[in-house]
Design a binder for this molecule. Structure first.
Ligand SMILES: [Fe+2]
Length: 383
């Protein structure tokens, strides 16, 4: 009996070792919906990866990625959509990555298989009236500051988190950004809580800026999108760069004009949609505020202000949550020309960093600002 126990422990340690080497980014949930969710993770070596899932941990189905009739395998970047789920249902899942030692035309040789512990998630459903969302901004890859902020969230049962731009500092390489992402995933329990990543101006810069979206799964494959969590509609936008396209820093290699026009056409459609109109609450989240500041780097230019302001004037958002200025500010409705309350999140220093909690209980909507030093501020957003 004792011998068996020792053998089991040795086996466990050996698998832990395989886990440490094989999975380089733990699973993280993307693009959740009432009927599906995407699970993403990375392995160090080429594998045949799939997700085992079910409403319990015994009767499991398998989800894998199939493209043009071919099962995706012999790869390291995994993006597997689980479909056909029931709304408001708790599911369990684990990732499986089976090493591929050789991938020939007529013969494949498989190595060991890693299976993660079981994780769980609950699919979105339209009747929910309560939620807690956590919103971060402007971390600029400063992971010690981020880790300290997440320490404030230990007792908070949040439903999802939003990284509202400039959380990655000028993406330079896939390896570098995966390291940052890994910290965000681990600290915010991305295996069980969906994480939304929005682009700020800094995510549009750097050698890996074009590759950065491949780390995520966005509804509609665009960096702007909307979703419903219970009876609340969330609209998430992308301002693009913070200076005019012709600024010398960009060397003629950015062109946001068409992007912003397309996004604004989409935004108009979204605000006219039934999902938007029927929602009890409407939350706007984007990186660069269009009210309440002057752009000293590009005088007279506030990205998207000319396009979005006419829409916002007649759109009943309950609040806009932004960042970019690295200094927390709250503007009540109409204080600076804003047609709805405006929250600007803090920066990334020991003094200025904040996490924003957006909480809805019934019809009561509250914003709570958590400063890195433990200070708190609560704002009730009235109907
Ligand atoms: Fe910014």
């Amino acid at each position: 009996m004792k011998q068996i126990k020792i053998f089991s422990l040795a086996l466990f340690l050996s698998w832990s070792g395989v886990h440490g080497q094989t999975v380089t980014v733990q699973p993280y949930l993307q693009n959740p919906a009432p009927d599906g969710v995407t699970v993403m993770w990375r392995t160090a070596e080429p594998c045949y990866s799939r997700v085992e899932y079910g409403t319990d941990t015994i009767n499991l189905k398998i989800a894998r990625d199939v493209q043009h009739g071919i099962v995706v395998a012999n790869n390291t970047a995994n993006k597997i959509r689980i479909t056909g789920l029931k709304p408001g249902q708790k599911y369990y899942y684990r990732i499986c990555s089976e090493k591929i030692d050789s991938f020939g035309g007529y013969k494949k040789i498989f190595g060991s298989t890693y299976r993660s512990p079981f994780h769980s998630f609950t699919t979105f459903e339209s009747k929910r009236e309560n939620f807690i969302a956590v919103i971060f901004n402007d971390i600029h890859s400063k992971l010690p500051v981020f880790e300290k902020l997440t320490g404030l969230l230990q007792k908070i049962d949040y439903d999802f988190a939003v990284f509202n731009g400039d959380c990655f500092q000028d993406p330079s390489s896939e390896t570098n950004e995966l390291n940052v992402l890994s910290c965000f995933v681990d600290k915010m329990n991305g295996a069980e809580k969906p994480l939304y990543f929005l682009r700020g101006n800094h995510e549009t810069r750097g050698a890996f800026a074009l590759g950065w979206p491949s780390l995520f799964d966005w509804e509609g494959n665009k960096p702007y999108f909307a979703f419903s969590f219970g009876d609340t509609r969330f609209v998430l936008l992308d301002n693009g760069e913070d200076k005019v396209d012709s600024s010398p820093e960009y060397s003629g290699l950015i062109d946001f004009a068409d992007f912003r026009n397309e996004e604004t056409v989409w935004l108009t459609k979204e605000t006219e949609s039934e999902a938007f109109k029927q929602a009890k609450r409407r939350i706007l989240i984007h990186h660069t505020p269009i009210y309440g500041w002057e752009n000293k780097y590009s005088p007279g230019f506030i990205a998207c202000k000319d396009l979005w302001e006419p829409i916002f004037r007649t759109t009943p958002f309950d609040v806009a949550i932004t960042g970019h200025l690295h200094r927390y500010t709250y503007y009540p409705k109409n204080a600076v020309g804003n047609p709805f309350p405006l929250v600007i999140g803090g920066g990334n220093t020991e003094k200025a960093a904040t996490a924003i909690l957006l909480e809805k209980r019934g019809n009561k909507l509250t914003i709570k600002i958590l400063w890195i030093n433990g200070k708190e501020e609560i704002r009730l957003l009235d109907v």
